[in-house]
Design a protein around this ligand. Structure first.
Ligand code: PLP
Length: 406
């Protein structure tokens, strides 16, 4: 059964409101997705009925909260196809997930003269931690170039891989221009040389099925809030064999085995990487978001977004003053564009006046903006609740914008 955006819309209370007197058209899901009632209910039900701190309590309420928290971990495990729940580490967001990997894996595996490879598409969250690690260690950051369509140059990538490469970190979907990266090839070529791969899945897990065992990736990072879940919760998947070699990221309560004044032994994963009281309600809310998406069916979500992307791209192509940035053959969920004679921020502001919420800026991908020689773009990004009429309203609002600036 395909996804019916009319029905899906009803699950999202915020989409019932108006914006500047007009029905809200929300086209900023790549920045953060709106929340279905099921997620809102799961969080408030937890606080109203089952709330207590986890792990350390001997009383029933704490045991229940612990069980719900670990159930959420298992939902994440199943959702991304991980073999074991201990491979799922709860963090704040994708940014923290990648920083954890850079700190706990990178610092003990990258040395002077080594190399780390990223792509030119990366969000700053998957660029700056590796750049800073390389600077600290005297290692070199290598960058896979993109062509004029925004697709990765795989020949150049293969040439970058060397015996000094210690890690490849790459987005599966570009948040700025929507390129769907052929990560299977990225991983295969890296693994042929024994190099582990981290996938930044912040924009991919909300859009199509991602299976860590099928992809054979070593790390996978994403944020709950882009997956229709709450803010404050994210995930780092780490392949089991690597997990046990990694040092703790933060130290304190909840991550220890034994502590004396002289020394500390650490708990095994995932607790080893989850110092302090975690975002318990956030994890439960994320579990509810995964239930919601699983019910819609990720194959339906993918087909729905592909249809809308095709429709929206064709609409924008009809406007001669609009230039789409990012025209790779494999794309998903995101249309970035510039409008002749109108700054992207002005486009965003004028569209807001029409009740159409898009993002304008560098999308935390400044090197990519430099590659395309634009300071910023306007970006419309899709979610499960969008339909073709949202894209009609987007195109109408852009035309209005052009009239204002004529
Ligand atoms: N990676 C990608 C591809 C993103 O799109 C984003 C957010 O836009 C991030 C990482 C960082 O996510 P967060 O701000 O939730 O940590």
């Amino acid at each position: 059964m395909s996804l019916d955006p009319g029905l899906v819309r009803k699950d999202f209370p915020i989409l019932q409101r108006t914006m500047r007197g007009k029905p809200l058209v929300y086209l900023d899901t790549a920045a953060s997705a709106q929340k279905p009632q099921a997620v809102i209910d799961a969080i408030s039900h937890f606080y109203a009925n089952d709330y207590a701190n986890i792990h350390r309590g001997v009383y029933e309420l704490s045991a229940t909260a612990t069980r719900l928290h670990e159930q959420a971990r298992d939902k994440v495990r199943a959702f991304v196809g991980a073999a074991e729940a201990r491979e799922i580490i709860f963090v704040r967001n994708a940014t923290e997930a990648i920083n954890l990997a850079a700190w706990s894996y990178g610092r003990s595996n990258v040395s002077e003269g080594d190399e780390v490879i990223v792509s030119a598409l990366e969000h700053h969250a998957d660029l700056v931690p590796w750049q800073q690690l390389c600077l600290e260690k005297g290692a070199q950051l290598k960058v896979i170039p993109v062509d004029d369509d925004g697709a990765l140059d795989l020949d150049a990538y293969e040439a970058l891989l060397s015996e000094r490469t210690k890690l490849v970190a790459c987005a599966q979907v570009s948040n700025a221009i929507g390129t769907h990266v052929p990560v299977r090839d990225i991983i295969r070529l890296a693994h042929d040389r024994g190099v582990p791969v981290l996938l930044d899945a912040a924009q991919s897990v909300p859009r199509f099925e991602v299976d860590v065992q099928e992809l054979d990736c070593d790390f996978l990072a994403f944020s709950g809030h882009k997956l229709y879940g709450p803010t404050g919760i994210g995930v780092l998947y780490v392949r089991g064999e690597i997990l046990d070699q990694m040092l703790p990221y933060q130290t304190g309560g909840g991550m220890i085995e034994q502590v004396t004044f002289e020394e500390t032994t650490f708990a095994r994963a995932p607790e080893r990487f989850e110092a302090g009281t975690p975002d318990i309600a956030g994890a439960i809310g994320l579990g509810a978001a995964i239930d919601y998406l699983s019910e819609l069916g990720m194959a339906n979500v993918e087909a729905h977004e592909a249809d809308l992307l095709h429709y929206g791209t064709a609409l924008l192509e009809e406007i001669p003053e609009v230039r789409i940035i990012g025209t790779a053959k494999e794309k998903t969920g995101v249309v970035s564009f510039v409008v002749d004679g109108v700054h992207p921020h002005d486009v965003g502001t004028i569209l807001d006046g029409e009740g159409v919420a898009i993002r304008a800026g560098h999308h935390c991908a400044q090197p990519l903006m430099n590659r395309f020689q634009v300071p910023a773009t306007a970006r419309a990004s899709l979610g499960v609740y969008n339909d073709r009429s949202d894209l009609d309203r987007l195109a109408d609002a852009i035309r209005m914008c052009l009239e204002l600036f004529a």
